[in-house]
Design a protein around this ligand. Structure first.
Ligand SMILES: [Zn+2]
Length: 325
């Protein structure tokens, strides 16, 4: 018997049950919103961003919270009084805040029922004074940076210095990427620079490259690990050259958000193709990667029409730990 409360993102298959529970008037800590008619559809939109967060005890629902990332707002925090523990709302809010922070968001707000204002204050939320036209409700907001790690504050200061819009991560649904702590050499790239990846990604890359080779497909390395300061200097150089920030952001991820920081991303080319151009998609190498990269744990991060609103990057692949691998 496991009696402890677990907090995790909801899955698609759970939506009909969740919608039914909400429709049956599970108590909500939030105020100022009508429950939508088509609850299931509303919830479904939150799944890709993992912004529908559940607290469960065994196989029972103890509570759930829904975060509107575009408006940095907690929309709902439902609790099942019979299953939730006194700590469940805190756990749910912590998870919502962690999610917002992972995109580089700096605050989170909510419209609460007045009777929970004491709890919300204890969580670091303050009344904003924006009227909601209802005495029983109030708007509260939390400064997520107040207790953030110094490295995170430093990174956000760097983004401000470069003029990166505050909503960059939210808008593109791109997470801040911690820099890899352990890197190993993976040889030289096509420009004769030494490149590095994390040990697991390096092994996977080497296996994938050999496998392609044995099929007569040559995968060449353009770039792998790049640190935050490297990316920041790239931006500074381009800005100094007179390029507009919009133009720079259309081809380079903002410092802190590049998958290359993780040591798991790699830019690939093949003989006869110019590196980092969409034309790579017309190569045998790209076709081979589409069919086989998954076997080695690599995924195309920004395919055509991706939900990050990042231009197609057929050359950019990222290693993801496979479950059980
Ligand atoms: Zn890349």
């Amino acid at each position: 018997m496991n009696d402890s409360i677990k907090v995790r993102p909801a899955r698609n298959a759970e939506l009909p049950t969740l919608a039914k529970l909400i429709a049956n008037q599970l108590p909500d800590m939030m105020a100022g919103r009508k429950r939508p008619d088509n609850i299931e559809q509303h919830l479904a939109r939150l799944i890709p961003d993992q912004s529908l967060i559940l607290a469960t005890r065994g196989n029972r629902l103890a509570g759930l919270t829904a975060v509107d990332l575009d408006h940095l707002q907690v929309l709902a925090c439902y609790l099942d009084p019979e299953t939730a523990s006194p700590d469940t709302p805190r756990q749910l809010f912590k998870a919502a805040e962690k999610l917002a922070l992972s995109f580089g968001a700096r605050r989170l707000s909510c419209t609460i029922k007045k009777q929970v204002s004491g709890f919300m204050s204890s969580m670091g939320y303050v009344m904003t004074g924006d009227g909601v036209g209802d005495d029983s409700a109030g708007r509260m907001e939390k400064d997520l940076l107040a207790k953030a790690r110094p490295e995170l504050k430093q990174l956000l200061e760097l983004l401000d210095e470069l003029g990166i819009p505050e909503d960059y991560g939210i808008k593109h649904r791109m997470h801040l990427m911690p820099e890899a702590s352990t890197l190993v050499p993976i040889g030289r790239d096509i420009f004769d620079r030494d490149q590095r990846m994390t040990p697991a990604a390096a092994t996977a890359w080497s296996r994938m490259q050999s496998a392609a080779n044995s099929r007569g497909v040559e995968l060449q390395l353009v770039s792998a690990f790049r640190g935050v300061s490297y990316q920041a200097n790239l931006f500074r150089r381009k800005l100094a050259d007179g390029q507009s920030l919009d133009k720079i952001l259309s081809v380079s991820a903002a410092p802190g958000y590049s998958e290359h920081h993780s040591g798991r991303a790699i830019d690939i080319t093949t003989p006869g193709k110019k590196p980092l151009e969409e034309d790579f998609a017309d190569s045998k190498a790209y076709q081979w990667l589409k069919a086989n990269a998954g076997i080695y744990g690599f995924k195309e991060s920004y395919p055509q029409g991706n939900r990050h609103r990042i231009k197609w990057e057929p050359w950019h692949w990222c290693y993801h730990h496979r479950p059980g691998a």
